[in-house]
Unconditional design. Structure first.
Length: 73
């Protein structure tokens, strides 16, 4: 029997760790990594390494605190 599972979605951005750090003021860039409900996408979906995903999470949380991005719910 053949499995009917879908293949995983392609990563949004394969980021190199040598790139400059993610800035919380770049809201258009950060918006790419949020769902329509304003939840942060997982590492599997973003394609970031663990360190870059932590930087992304911190930048999104800072942007939310400064009212540049919406909070969840």
């Amino acid at each position: 029997m053949v499995s009917k599972m879908r293949p995983p979605p392609a990563p949004i951005a394969g980021r190199n760790c040598d790139d400059p750090p993610i800035d919380y003021k770049e809201t258009a860039y950060l918006q790419r990594f949020l769902t329509p409900q304003a939840q942060i996408l997982s590492r599997k979906r973003t394609g970031f390494c663990a360190q870059c995903q932590k930087e992304l999470k911190q930048a999104i949380k800072r942007a939310r605190h400064m009212a540049l991005l919406p909070f969840v719910g």
